[in-house]
Write a protein that binds this ligand. Structure first.
Ligand code: ZN
Length: 375
């Protein structure tokens, strides 16, 4: 039996360039109508007991070439447990993965995938819970619903939304963790939060890109996190419908969930360069960030993005647009593809489970600053 590669499934992405037995050269496919690529997800079949050498040869031209050094691919035999492919190396624009699969069907991905099937399971299971509301905010260009779950009955309004960039699958694992925490009937933090806050959670803002195996864009190659100043029904209905819903229920607190290819740490990005920045917003952002750092050993504030100069914010991004539009506390959370190198896990790296725990801690930090947020 010969070795085969396939990616014709939910969030699949790879192209075989050349195959010589167990030595296979691959390329990641760019997002439809876009130049961005970095997400890969494919199945390797028929290689039980054989050493296979997989070379992804177009890494130098990917969206984040700095994402590849010190990165390890994820591999799974059962599509439940995703471990680091230990023998991953990067040199001269080529990511090489060597492995000897223990069975004939094995899966590889840039990060543990979060499929649209799992998304539907998530939304259905939480929609059944007493006290959790469901609504569709609108449709994607491919006709998928933009699902929103509502929980809590407090006077404050929080929006937590994820996966504008579909290849950042850790973002939806985070949302699963946030929902589990918030819906827990016995958790005292969740009980206090539900009393003080009404939460609107959008677990996946970009279902089309997710299904198509995109890194960064929707069905027509649009980066949704550059559309918030002027979303349109033609190019970015996903943003338009969420922003309209936010206009109707303006956030006091907003969190946009992402993954970062290059930086091996969890960090927040804020809204420092917006035109109408207030002292209150600056103080609340620092308070939340410091509180999260105290609560969560996986979170830090030393590494992150460069802070824009006053007035220099990019207003097309959700975090800045919401901070300006509503005067709220707004932030982007970035999780690593590599790992948190201050606290590495040699088996899993950064993982779905750790993304969920980070969500729990973010909600703990929100709880800890509630009295400041109300003031
Ligand atoms: Zn992102």
């Amino acid at each position: 039996m010969s070795i085969t590669i396939s990616s014709a499934f939910d969030s699949g992405n790879i192209r075989v360039v050349k195959q010589d037995g167990a030595a296979i050269d691959l390329e990641i496919v760019a997002d439809h109508m876009s130049d961005f690529y970095q997400w890969f997800h494919f199945r390797l079949a028929g290689a039980a007991g054989q050493e296979v050498t997989l070379r992804i040869t177009n890494c130098a031209g990917s969206a984040y070439p700095h994402g590849w050094p010190d990165y390890k691919a994820r591999v799974s035999h059962d599509r439940e447990e995703w471990v680091l492919a230990e023998n991953t190396s990067y040199a001269d624009g080529v990511l090489t993965i060597r492995l000897t699969p223990s069975s004939d069907v094995v899966w590889l991905a840039y990060f543990a995938p979060y499929s649209m099937e799992r998304h539907h399971d998530l939304v259905s299971s939480f929609a059944q819970i007493e006290g959790v509301g469901y609504r569709s905010l609108g449709k994607s260009l491919d006709g998928q619903d933009i699902d929103c779950l509502t929980i809590g009955e407090g006077p404050l309004t929080a929006w937590i939304y994820a996966r504008q960039h579909p290849g950042e699958s850790m973002a939806e694992w985070f949302m699963e963790g946030a929902l589990e925490k918030l819906a827990d009937p016995d958790d005292p933090v969740a009980r206090a939060l539900r009393k003080a806050v009404t939460f609107h959670l959008v677990p996946n803002m970009n279902p089309d890109g997710s299904k198509r195996g995109h890194l960064r864009t929707n069905a027509v190659g649009v980066n949704l996190n550059r559309e918030w100043h002027a979303p349109s029904a033609e190019k970015s209905p996903e943003v338009l419908c969420v922003r309209n819903a936010m206009d109707a229920q303006a956030p006091d607190f907003a969190m946009d969930i992402h993954g970062d290819e290059a930086i091996p740490a969890n960090f927040l990005a804020g809204f420092e360069g917006i035109p109408s920045l207030t002292e209150r917003q600056t103080r609340l952002f620092k308070l939340f960030s410091d509180t999260l750092e105290r609560l969560c050993p996986d979170f830090q504030t030393a590494q992150g993005y460069e802070v824009p100069a006053p007035g220099q914010a990019n207003m097309s991004m959700s975090t800045t647009q919401l901070a300006e539009r509503y005067g709220c506390l707004s932030m982007t959370l970035e999780m690593p593809f590599k790992d948190n190198f201050d606290m590495p896990d040699p088996l899993y790296g950064w993982s779905p489970e750790r993304s969920k725990y980070l969500a729990h801690h973010c909600l703990g930090a929100l709880h800890a600053i509630l009295s400041d947020l109300k003031a």
